[in-house]
Every structure is written in structure tokens, then in C-alpha cells.
Design a protein around this ligand. Structure first.
Ligand code: FE2
Length: 349
């Protein structure tokens, strides 16, 4: 055990000394310009930067990250065409992954070795995209609220919940994918009725982000909110005591456990068509699927690892396990436009 630890120390010292990367110039300590991998991403989580810095050190390369909203990044990739410097597109939603693939923005990658630890439905077998994390879109409700009739997403339309629901706008891609999953499972007519029913039960016209919906419940303005689980994780561990109190005031409910399961979305991405760095890009995807990085996504961002056998964070574990909706991800991604149309018709702002 002792020799194992000293080996780790030696390796870390070696890495620290040999693989310095200047973040401004992209040069190493010898002044050599390093190969640069350009990533366009809409993931807005600090853990991603930590992960990219580790990859830089391990491989003596520079990772240049361009952050933005996924629709803006996709427009940019389209406009830049063959002149784009971007090698990888990463996004926090399967609808955007599908859009990038359908628009021909990706090239097939050689699936990395670590893909063997990832269930089939979480990546494209032709290598156009790979999921890196999962996220569940759940219902939360005030702890003192009688939620005995609230089990499924479909129950949100019950008249007894009038004026009780806090949820963000139709512009939000997570909501679009949730509705796309409802269309895929229940059909378009039922999905439209669902939109109208939820709109009728909202406490106000949608405003703010997922955290704001939980805060609305804490403030007593609503009793039920729709939220991605990792935001609950961030709120419960926040430096802001008000966020902690808000998150502690609600109970997490995994919907549809007696039938199809809770809606699960993925973060992921692919190698862009015009990238000449495919080997390095594939190496990065392999790294993102490694045990170590999958654990970092779980502990640092409260997401669900796509790799089998990696534990979720303790914060997430306290809500118990749950059954996932296994509707194929591309069939959700493909229904994004239809979902936006139904939100419009049904009056979801
Ligand atoms: Fe998010």
C-alpha cells in the first residue's frame, strides 16, 4: 500500500513538472506551441474546466473552450463551415445532439475503448455522438404538500393542482425534450392536452431557471416544480444558505415509476465534420468516459454517470434509485420541432 502511494506521488510530481500548459499562450514551459483542441460547448459547469485541465496535463495539449447557448453554437458551426476551428461540439441535451447529427455537422468517430462500459442506448453505434452524462428531469414538491395523487408527469394536469406548478419557459431545451418524450410515449393529441393542462395549473407565466422554480415553492408561491436533479444537488451544497433552505424545503419525486419511468436526458457530443484532430478528439471522449472522470461528473456536478458501476454522489443517492424511461434518445431528439409547436399551440410561454 505504501509503495502504491509513493508511486502516485511520483506520477503526480512528474505530471506537475513536465506538463505545464500556459492557458493564455497555449505553450508549454519550453515555449513550444501545443496542439490545440477546440471545443464548442453549452455545458456551463465548473467541473468541466477541471476535467479539461487534467486532459491537457496528461496529453501535453491545449484545450480551447468556446462556451455559448447551444443554438448559437450550432448556428456558428453552420456559418463557419469548412473554415471552422471547432473540433468537438458538446451539449447538455439530446435534442441538440440530434440536430447536429441531422445537419451533418458530425463525422463518425472511432468509438473509444471505454465505450465498452457504456450501455448501447447512450451512444450512436455509428460513432456520430457519444453521451457523457445523464440527467433526470423530476418533480419536486413542498414537503408539507399533499402529493398523494402526484405520481406521474401526467398527474400535473389534475385540477387539484391549479395554481401550484412552477416551471420554466418553452424556450428551455430540457422542457422541450421532456415534452418530446411525452409525445413519443403518449402521442401528439395527449401531449397537447398535457401542455394545456399544465399551463392551466401554473402559478404564473414561466420565468427564471430551474433553481428559481424550487425557490418559488420555498417562498410559498407554488407547491410543485419541475427541475433537473443536478440543480437540486448544487442547491443543497450551495454556499448561499437561502438556496440550501429552498432545496431542503422540497421532496424529490421520480415520476412514472409504476409505468415507463422518469425522463432522462443526456449530455454528450461528437467530433465535428471538418476537424482534423479526430484522433485527439477521440482520445478526449475516451478520457471523459474513464472511471475517474465519470466519478468527477457524479461528485462535482451531481449528474448520473453513463459508465456502468460508477456510484452517484451521496447527495443524489439519498433520493433512492429510480426507473428510467428507456425511450430511444434519438426518437426524443427527432421530436424537438414538434414539441416546440405543441408548446406554442397549448399556450406555454
Ligand atoms: Fe443545466
Amino acid at each position: 500500500m505504501k509503495s502504491y502511494h509513493s508511486l502516485i506521488v511520483i506520477v503526480l510530481l512528474f505530471l506537475a513538472q513536465s506538463c505545464f500548459v500556459d492557458q493564455n499562450t497555449g505553450k508549454n514551459e519550453e515555449g513550444e506551441t501545443l496542439t490545440t483542441l477546440n471545443i464548442y460547448t453549452d455545458r456551463h459547469y465548473p467541473i468541466d474546466d477541471t476535467i479539461f485541465r487534467q486532459f491537457e496535463k496528461l496529453n501535453s495539449v491545449k484545450i480551447n473552450v468556446v462556451k455559448g447557448k447551444s443554438e448559437d453554437l450550432l448556428n456558428r458551426i453552420d456559418k463557419e463551415g469548412a473554415a471552422t476551428k471547432a473540433d468537438i461540439f458538446l451539449t447538455a441535451d439530446v435534442g441538440r445532439i440530434y440536430q447536429a447529427k441531422a445537419n451533418g455537422f458530425f463525422q463518425p468517430m472511432q468509438l473509444p475503448e471505454n465505450i465498452n462500459f457504456v450501455p448501447d442506448y447512450l451512444y450512436d453505434e455509428d460513432g456520430f455522438w457519444v453521451g457523457i452524462t445523464k440527467r433526470a428531469r423530476v418533480i419536486v414538491h413542498a414537503k408539507d404538500f399533499d402529493a398523494s395523487n402526484l405520481n406521474d408527469y401526467e398527474d400535473l394536469v389534475l385540477p387539484e393542482f391549479k395554481g401550484q406548478i412552477a416551471v420554466r419557459s418553452k424556450e428551455n431545451i430540457y422542457n422541450q425534450s421532456l415534452l418530446a418524450a411525452i409525445i413519443a410515449n403518449n402521442g401528439e393529441d395527449a401531449a397537447l392536452d398535457w401542455v394545456k393542462g399544465v399551463v392551466a395549473n401554473m402559478y404564473q407565466s414561466p420565468k427564471g431557471n430551474d433553481r428559481d422554480q424550487v425557490k418559488a415553492v420555498y417562498a410559498g408561491n407554488a407547491s410543485i416544480a419541475i427541475v433537473n436533479t443536478y440543480y437540486m444537488g448544487h442547491m443543497l451544497t450551495s454556499d448561499d444558505p437561502e438556496e440550501v433552505k429552498a432545496a431542503k424545503s422540497v421532496k424529490v419525486l421520480y415520476p412514472n415509476q409504476e409505468n415507463r419511468g422518469t425522463h432522462v436526458n443526456i449530455s454528450g457530443g461528437g467530433v465535428l465534420k471538418h476537424s482534423k484532430q479526430n484522433a485527439l478528439a477521440e482520445k478526449l471522449f475516451d478520457f471523459l468516459l474513464s472511471e475517474n472522470v465519470q466519478g468527477m461528473y457524479a461528485d462535482g456536478n451531481f449528474e448520473f454517470p453513463v459508465r456502468a458501476g460508477i456510484p452517484v454522489s451521496e447527495v443524489v443517492a439519498q433520493w433512492g434509485g429510480f426507473k428510467e424511461d428507456n425511450t430511444p434518445l434519438e426518437s426524443i431528439g427527432r421530436r424537438n420541432t414538434q414539441a416546440i409547436k405543441l408548446f406554442d399551440i397549448g399556450g406555454w410561454k
